[in-house]
Design a protein around this ligand. Structure first.
Ligand SMILES: *[C@@H]1O[C@H](CO)[C@@H](O)[C@H](O)[C@H]1NC(C)=O
Ligand SMILES: *[C@@H]1O[C@H](CO)[C@@H](O)[C@H](O)[C@H]1NC(C)=O
Ligand SMILES: *[C@@H]1O[C@H](CO)[C@@H](O)[C@H](O)[C@H]1NC(C)=O
Ligand SMILES: *[C@@H]1O[C@H](CO)[C@@H](O)[C@H](O)[C@H]1NC(C)=O
Ligand SMILES: *[C@@H]1O[C@H](CO)[C@@H](O)[C@H](O)[C@H]1NC(C)=O
Length: 428
């Protein structure tokens, strides 16, 4: 039992992770030692050692007296951490913080893969995370036939044994440590989405790629390599390329899979409604539809959902795109972002469509003015497209041997590129 209650009131007014008085630091150190002892007595010694050697991390963990879900890498998992993590204190500390989620989670209630339950970690440093409102990085959790796991882009980190608890912490051992997500472009490259990268990079001599990479709070529907090759085979008009790419991006919104059903209105960077159908797990823009084949790939600035077809609509409405982005941006609240705790859902999320969203283009779909996404709130636990078995990403290809999509975009600066430029200018 902690007796830090009085101190917690004071702590609330301290914003940095360095503590104002030796007394407070002493209380935190005592709590940290309790946690470390608990881990050690539960066969999690290497994690305990890492925490003992990094008081910056325990200071952050104990900054707020609230429930936490600690994904605790086993000794084996800690031992397998690569050198580039263990030998750089900054990266090691970020990695440790990515394992501590805000709030309470129950692995028996995780969404069933391919959908996920999403939590936000205590990793907030701007060097590693650029989410709206200064929110902590997301972590994807799911259940499959083999039980519960942390779902990373290419790994499942299995939850190995029963949870333990210490004070406000639920401690869940995992078989493999979580990797701190990289930027959008780095993540796409790591996953082998060469066709998409080449296509984005071809716009404005790479300026679009740089803009996208820097945007804080982004949802990207990323077509597979095969989807982009099929699109290129249709001999599209190069003038439309930026607009088409823009249909795949939502600015200033981070729409994790539990929010796809609870999202309010989704409007693309080319200003078109993006309609999600829960039963089929498909997204549609002006009649161009794609199936989501892998959801919730986390990157430092937002989330990527892999889709099997290019959303090839060439309709562009920059005013609408801009209004949607501004509305979402204005709806971001630092205190809301910081208070997201437990599974993300319509009322417990860092972004929403905001209060001045454009009216829906599509009849029968409600678009609302609200800083919540709670129209048909599914408690962040509802799945989608579960009747389809083809959830594997067959198109990951990291070897870069596929021919690049060759679409000549010189002179084509329409759509996303200019909309994004305007958007960035206003939002920064
Ligand atoms: C502790 O971990 C080691 C190696 O990771 C394993 O061999 C051993 O069985 C574990 N002990 C307990 C009590 O879980
Ligand atoms: C450690 O990693 C950080 C973040 O990537 C980097 O800025 C820093 O230069 C690295 N430090 C060393 C000593 O390599
Ligand atoms: C993760 O687990 C799910 C559910 O069992 C499985 O379908 C998927 O292929 C696994 N992914 C990886 C990368 O192992
Ligand atoms: C939301 O409010 C804005 C500004 O008041 C208005 O222009 C817009 O039409 C409203 N949108 C909806 C969907 O009601
Ligand atoms: C791209 O198109 C422009 C203008 O239509 C043309 O001048 C240029 O040669 C083309 N580039 C390639 C690589 O085809």
């Amino acid at each position: 039992m902690r007796f830090i209650t009085a101190a917690t009131v004071l702590l609330a007014s301290i914003t940095s992770s360095t503590f104002a008085t030796p007394v407070l630091q002493e209380l935190v150190t005592r709590d940290a030692n309790g946690l470390i002892d608990n881990l050690r007595s539960n066969n999690l010694s290497r994690l305990a050692d890492a925490l003992a050697q990094n008081p910056e991390v325990t200071n952050t963990i104990f900054q707020e007296n609230s429930k936490k879900y600690f994904l605790a890498p086993t000794d084996d998992a800690m031992q397998k951490l690569p050198d580039w993590v263990t030998q750089n204190k900054t990266i090691l500390q970020a990695t440790l913080l990515q394992h501590v989620l805000n709030g309470q989670f129950d692995s028996n209630k995780f969404n069933t893969y391919p959908t996920h339950t999403i939590g936000h970690s205590l990793l907030k440093s701007n060097d590693f995370v650029k989410l709206p409102g200064g929110a902590g990085q997301a972590v994807s959790l799911a259940r499959g036939p083999q039980g519960a796991f942390v779902a990373e882009a290419v790994n499942n980190d299995t939850m190995t044994s029963a949870t333990g608890s210490y004070d406000q912490f639920t401690i869940q051992p995992i078989s493999q440590a979580i990797t701190v997500p990289g930027g959008l472009v780095a993540t796409l490259r790591y996953l082998g989405y060469e066709e998409l990268l080449n296509t984005i990079s071809s716009v404005q001599d790479g300026a679009l790629a740089r803009q996208l990479d820097e945007m804080s709070g982004i949802t990207v529907f990323a077509p597979t390599n095969r989807a982009l090759r099929e699109y290129a085979d249709t001999d599209p008009n190069e003038q439309d390329l930026a607009t088409v790419l823009g249909q795949h991006v939502i600015q200033s919104r981070v729409v994790y899979s539990p929010l796809l059903t609870d999202q309010g209105s989704m409007i693309s960077s080319s200003g078109q409604d993006i309609i999600f159908d829960q039963a089929s797990g498909r997204v549609t823009v002006n009649g161009r539809s794609a199936k989501i084949i892998q959801s919730d790939i986390i990157c430092s600035t937002g989330v990527i959902h892999l889709i099997d077809t290019v959303l090839s609509s060439t309709n562009l409405d920059q005013g609408r795109a801009l209004q949607a982005a501004r509305s979402a941006q204005a709806g971001v609240s630092n205190s809301q972002a910081a208070s997201v705790s437990g599974p993300v859902d319509g009322t417990n999320s860092i972004t929403s469509q905001g209060n001045s969203v454009p009216v829906s283009q599509t009849s029968g779909y409600s678009t609302r003015n609200s800083t919540k996404n709670d129209d048909n709130a599914g408690q962040g636990q509802s799945g989608f497209g579960n009747n389809n078995n083809n959830n594997n990403n067959n198109n990951n290809n990291g070897n870069g041997k596929n021919a690049a999509v060759s679409i000549n975009v010189s002179g084509s600066l329409a759509g996303l590129a200019s909309a994004t430029a305007i958007g960035l200018a206003l939002l920064l």
